[in-house]
Design a protein around this ligand. Structure first.
Ligand code: ADP
Length: 386
């Protein structure tokens, strides 16, 4: 009997479900798609969304009942301190994920719904949750703990968890491959710059610090989120400005970052505006870059020795201008960008540093779905061997 090697990856958000079917025998992407606008008309709920995923796969001859399907891998946002590795889903795991909802009220409920519906469709199939926080769970206490009263922090599970972990893990490993070295032997600063953005310091394959915190609000300037700010700003806006907690939440998560600064969050549009002399776009870009460079410097010091700085996600992979601005003037740190390599377009992992650069600068396209499929398949393979 041939072994089932296909993994269906599901990313269930509050209003959409993304899916990819990947064959782990060769990494081939057999199907991919997106069901949007859950809750509006044609797709009333997640059950209907997964029905239409199953239908699309069935129509392509790769239905959920196919014997080739080895497992379903679910993207899960918040694993708290409990889930630090890919986890085989059981009733007890779903219950524990439910208990984590207060830490991620926007994301975890949708993840759980997706899991429940998929388990109803294929109760016999191994299903695995891969957590966005897991890769960061290895961070030392000195990086993970906020400097507030310990008892209060522990009472409310307040600490740095970090997000985009699947991407940081995948990209740091691929960077080691690109350098022709083992992950254990390299130190990497990963800059995941999408609409959400985060940086991480990875030492020998282990995350030692990351910019996102209790929630994905901390750290870099993002498309619509502020990133770091004096926590007293919140108190001031509340006490003096009269803004409610929900208004402040909305401000910092949806009306800040690049959008708050200049009205646009798409780096292509910001590039275009800067080219025609738009001062607001210029300032937004400069603030974005200033914060990014601060994190590069901070993680350089955290790691002590850096082998590579790597850019990934929508902005990191595509915005030539961001890489130039972030990496310029760092020759004293051994960082030298090659302007020609940096300007070349490619979808492949590649070096964009000059031949003489002591620290490699790389662009490595992220692939969270492949990483989730790989971790899912790895877990069930190990379970079968035991
Ligand atoms: P998400 O965090 O939503 O997954 P992505 O990683 O897909 O986001 O990144 C989306 C962002 O990437 C867009 O908002 C845009 O700013 C940026 N982007 C995409 N393509 C380009 C490009 N060619 N040049 C500059 N920026 C780009």
């Amino acid at each position: 009997m041939t072994r089932a090697t296909r993994v269906l990856v599901l990313n269930s958000g509050s209003s959409s479900v993304k899916y990819q079917l990947i064959d782990m025998a060769d990494g081939a992407r057999l199907a991919a798609g997106l069901v949007e606008r859950i809750g509006e008309g044609a797709v009333p709920d997640h059950a209907a969304a997964l029905d239409s995923v199953a239908e699309a796969l069935g129509a392509a001859g790769m239905g959920l009942d196919s014997p080739d399907l080895a497992a379903i891998g679910h993207r899960a946002v918040h694993g708290g301190t409990r889930f630090t590795a890919p986890t085989l889903i059981t009733d007890e795991v779903v219950q524990a994920m439910r208990e984590l909802i207060p830490l991620a009220p926007l994301h975890n409920p949708a993840n759980i719904t997706g899991i429940e519906v998929a388990r109803k469709l294929r109760p016999d199939l191994p299903q695995v949750a891969v957590f966005d926080t897991a890769f960061h769970a290895a961070m030392p206490e000195s990086a993970a703990r906020y400097a507030i009263d310990t008892a209060t922090a522990d009472r409310w599970s307040v600490r740095r968890y970090g997000f985009h972990g699947t991407s940081h893990q995948y990209v740091s490993r691929r960077t080691a491959e690109l350098l022709g070295k083992s992950p254990e032997s390299v130190n990497v600063i990963v800059l995941h710059l999408g609409n959400g953005a985060s940086a991480s310091a990875v030492a020998g394959g282990v995350c030692v610090d990351t910019s996102m915190g209790l929630t994905p609000l901390e750290g870099l300037v993002m498309g619509t989120r502020s990133g770091d700010l004096d926590p007293a700003v919140l108190l001031h806006l509340h006490r003096v400005g009269g803004l409610s907690v929900d208004e402040i939440d909305d401000l910092l998560n949806r009306r800040s970052g690049l959008v708050g600064l200049c009205g646009d969050n798409d780096m292509r549009e910001i590039d275009r505006r800067i080219a025609v002399g738009d001062q607001r776009a210029r300032l937004a870009f400069d603030i974005y870059i200033h914060r990014l460079r601060k994190y590069v410097g901070a993680y350089y010091a955290v790691l002590g020795r850096v082998d590579a700085v790597v850019f990934t996600a929508g902005v990191g992979e595509n915005a030539v201008s961001v890489r130039v601005a972030a990496m310029s003037g760092l020759e004293a740190l051994g960082i030298e960008l090659d302007r020609t390599l940096n300007a070349a377009r490619s979808r492949e992992p590649r070096l964009v540093s000059g031949a003489g650069s002591r620290v490699a600068v790389a662009v490595v396209p992220t692939d969270e779905e492949l990483e989730i499929a790989g971790q899912t398949f790895g877990l069930i393979e190990n379970a079968q061997e035991r």
